[in-house]
Design a protein around this ligand. Sequence first.
Ligand code: SAM
Length: 293
Amino acid sequence: MNANRHSHRDTHTAGSSSCPDGLPTSITAAELHDANRRRWEAAADDWKRLRDQDGGWRRCPQEPHLAFEGQVLETVFEVIGALEGKKVCVVGSGDNYAAFALAGSGAEVTSVDISEQQLQDAASRASEIGLEIRFICADAADLRSLADSNFDLVCSTNGFFVWLADLPMVFSEIARILKPGGYYVFYDVHPFQRPWKDQVKPIEMAKQYWDRDPYESCAGETAYKSHWTLADILNALVESGLSVRKVVESAAVNSRFWQGPSYGPGTDDSLQDWRHNPRAGLPVWLTVAAVKT
Ligand SMILES: C[S@@+](CC[C@H](N)C(=O)[O-])C[C@H]1O[C@@H](n2cnc3c(N)ncnc32)[C@H](O)[C@@H]1O
C-alpha cells in the first residue's frame, strides 16, 4: 500500500513544461511558497478523494510501515527507540499518513502543513478514528508558532523539498525546534531522479542536474518547484547545525512510482527493471537521519 500512495511523486521536469523557465528576480521565497500554498489548497479535494479510496489513513496507526518508504521507520526506531511519549513534528504533512502512523505508535504528534484544507481533512479523519494530533497551518520556513528545542523527532516525507524555495531556512527552523539530541529523519525523491524527461525510453535529460532555480509549474494553479542537488541538501543540513548520522539511497518498492497518478496498484513490473526503464537503475528515495548536537 505504501508504494501506491506515492503516485503523486513530483517528476515534473523543465522539459515537460510549456512555461517559460525564468522567474522574475524580485520574487521572494515567501511569495513562491504562497503560490505553492494556493496550488496545494486547489489540489486538496482531489487528494482527499484519492486517500478516501485507499483508506490507508485508517490503517496507518496500526500498520505504521504503510506510511513510509526508504527505510525511514526502521531508521526512526534505530535512532529514537520506542516512540511512546516522544514529541514528534511532521512537516509538510500532506495526507498525514506519516503523522497518523507516528501517533498510532504512541508519539505525541504535531502536524504542520502550509495547506489549511489538507489539515482540516486530516483533522476530521483523526477525530473519526480517535487519534489525537495537533494540526498547525504554517510555512515550514517560518515555524514561529513552535517553541525552540521542543521535539525529539521531526519527520518529512515524499516529495516535500521540491516545493521549497528556501531549503536552508526550512532546515534551520527544523533544527531550532528540535531538542538537543533530537533527530530530523526524512525521505524524499532522490535528486538523481530530477533531471530526466518523464519517459521510459530513451532516457533523456530535460535539464542539467545543477539547474536548481525555481521554475514555473503549469499543472493547475501556478506553482514553483526547486530542484535541490544532493550537495544542497546535505550542506543545508550541516549549516543548520545538524550532524548527519545515516544516509540511505533506495529503489522504489514496486512499479507504482513509475506509473503516474492513476492510483491503481502497480502492474507493470518491467518498470522496476533498469534495463527496460533506465531511471530505475538510479536511487528513487534519499533518506537521511541527522541529529541536533
Ligand atoms: C508532495 S506532498 C507530500 C506530503 C506528504 N508527505 C504526503 O506524502 O502526502 C507536499 C506537501 O508539502 C506541503 N507544502 C508545500 N510547501 C510547503 C511549505 N512551504 N511549508 C509547509 N508545507 C508545505 C504541501 O501542502 C503538501 O501537503
